[in-house]
Design a binder for this molecule. Sequence first.
Ligand code: ZN
Ligand code: ZN
Ligand code: ZN
Ligand code: ZN
Ligand code: ZN
Ligand code: ZN
Length: 229
Amino acid sequence: MGFFDSVKCFTGFHDWTDWSYSETNQCGQTRKCNRNCGASENRTSHDWPEFKYIASDSCEQSKCCSRCGSEEKKTAPHQWSEWDYLSEDRCDQERRCTRCQQPEDRQLHAWDVWQHESPKSCIQVRFCRRCSSGKEEKRPEDKDHSWTEPIRDDCKRSEQICIRCDQRKSKHEFDLHVFGSWEEDRQGHYRRRCMECGKEESTIIRPANFPNNPSNSNDTLRRHDDHFR
Ligand SMILES: [Zn+2]
Ligand SMILES: [Zn+2]
Ligand SMILES: [Zn+2]
Ligand SMILES: [Zn+2]
Ligand SMILES: [Zn+2]
Ligand SMILES: [Zn+2]
């Protein structure tokens, strides 16, 4: 064997023969390396026909290897009939496999639409149109409430109220301050303060709403006063 061939064999790249059965009526196969490095491999290779049902009233299937006679079994998917209600005023249904007669049950209600439980509740209910026991209830998620627009609570919090069930939720915000009018300090900086929490804002650029004259300034103040009323 040449050097390169032995490197190939050493690293696992053999020059395999075709697979061949070792014994008649057995399904074990072997193959060897053509380069006589001593490598060989084994596998089992059955000669399977198609699966066949073992009886007309069963869903079991089997197949036998035509060489060695080994058998494999499986259960084929059931061939279900249509679902049928078991009685007029109940919602239990049954179906059966048309081959093996295996039954399966379920409940299938004929739901009416979701409705609010009462005018002041966000819990929704629905009833079955067929039977008297079918009732489902749905607790409201956030999206199911009828929230008002956010209402300012203080400088960092707003609140929403559900107009149906009166539930409240508050939200953290950071810009709900009630600023007074801008004032110019000695350095020429512009400052204003929140009249509620005292937070100060400053800028060196003259703000667009900086009061030009005293009357304008009074207007600004009066607007904030209105806010508090
Ligand atoms: Zn080899
Ligand atoms: Zn076999
Ligand atoms: Zn079946
Ligand atoms: Zn029902
Ligand atoms: Zn609600
Ligand atoms: Zn504030």
